[in-house]
Design a binder for this molecule. Structure first.
Ligand code: AHG
Ligand code: MN
Ligand code: MN
Length: 348
């Protein structure tokens, strides 16, 4: 029996293995910033290396003698966790010798950190919170690192305070690393916000969330520590009550107590995160230079906004490195609504 010729196998659609590493993506981004001359991509690449080192330590935290406090307090008067120290050192060592930075600002150091004389100095400043939400380390809740890059404005070879106290609108890049169920690095160079997920099996951050935009309409979600409600100003209390009464339909409350995790959810789902000032913290708790301003750049690049209740966070010029600020960040409509409630109280 003559068999009919076999028909060629049906062509299976090619699996899309279009893998974009963060290094590749940053190089492509850099083409949009010709003035950055490679520094920009090298800074973000070196940061991604530090992120991998910290991620490994965070993921092993329960197994190494790395949990708990380091036995001293930081400039904020807060107990320093061992992972805070580890993250601080990991970022410092990844960045101190590259010749790209003139100085750094860290939540864990009182003064700005000039690049040591033994290394060449560059034109950029890195500001960072090495480990955000560190009080959550011991209970395995997501924590993060927050960073931003500024360009030197002084003629001091190894930077000056003036270089570090620039308004957030002067940031040329900002981002965070979220050590959660997966490790993600999210950054913006001002145009678009992009998310990368670490594939630990190959040690690469792979583009997983291109062009993140805060959804509109946003999720009906607000994020605040309501334990302090009695200490808030009347306007902030009225705003949160308005959302709770539904502001139309009901809102749900989501609060992790880890800024990077709370912000990441707000960025992907919409809604608003707020850490307002209160009678006990008249300037709020969160720091302007290395927490609010970097996240504000990301929120705006994703179509959202960030305010201190009266003006855009990005317009606020810091007067000191560890200055605190109230923060309302997320979907623009909700941030504007919060500002209106705050404005109304000051008229009453
Ligand atoms: P850090 O761990 O860098 O000091 O930051 C902690 C911050 C931030 O992660 C979070 O939004 C906030 O503390 C939570 O504060 P409360 O515990 O007062 O809600
Ligand atoms: Mn923090
Ligand atoms: Mn911190």
């Amino acid at each position: 029996m003559v068999r009919p010729p076999l028909s060629p196998p049906a062509r299976r659609p090619m699996a899309h293995t279009h893998i974009v590493t963060i290094e590749r993506h940053i190089l492509e981004e850099e083409l949009r910033h010709p003035e950055a001359r490679g520094a920009f991509s090298n800074i973000l690449r070196d940061l991604s290396l530090a992120a991998k080192v910290i991620a490994r330590q965070v993921n092993m935290a329960g197994l190494l003698d790395i949990l708990g406090t380091a036995g001293h307090q930081n400039v904020q008067g807060e107990a320093v966790h061992k992972l805070d120290v580890f993250a601080q050192d990991a970022i410092y060592r990844a960045m101190d010798h590259t010749g790209l930075l003139c100085c750094m600002v860290s939540e864990e150091r009182e003064d700005f950190i000039p690049i040591p004389e033994k290394f060449p100095a560059g034109d950029y400043i890195l500001v960072f919170d090495p480990l955000d939400g560190s009080s959550n380390v011991d209970v395995n809740v997501s924590i993060g690192t927050i960073f931003a890059v500024l360009k030197k404005v002084s003629n001091h070879e190894r930077g000056s305070l003036a270089d570090c106290l620039q308004p957030g609108s002067r940031q040329i890049a900002a981002g965070y690393i979220l050590y959660g169920s997966s490790t993600m690095m999210v950054y913006t160079a001002g145009i678009g916000v992009h998310g990368f997920t670490l594939d630990p099996s190959i040690g690469e951050f792979i583009l997983s969330h291109p062009d993140i935009r805060i959804p509109n309409p946003p999720a009906r979600s607000y994020s605040v520590n309501e334990a302090y409600a009695a200490r808030w100003s009347p306007g902030v209390r009225a705003f949160v009550e308005h959302l709770k009464e539904g502001g139309g339909e009901g809102y749900s409350s989501r609060y992790i107590g880890s800024l990077v995790a709370d912000f990441h959810r707000t960025l992907l789902k919409g809604g608003i995160f707020l850490y307002p000032s209160d009678r006990t913290n008249p300037s709020g708790k969160l720091r302007l230079v290395y927490e609010a301003s970097p996240l504000a750049l990301i929120a705006e690049a994703a179509g959202g906004s960030a305010s201190n209740g009266r003006e855009s966070i990005l317009d606020v010029k810091p007067t000191s490195l560890h200055e605190r600020t109230p923060l309302f960040i997320g979907s623009s409509g909700l941030v504007t609504m919060a500002e209106e409630f705050v404005a109304r109280e000051s008229q009453s």
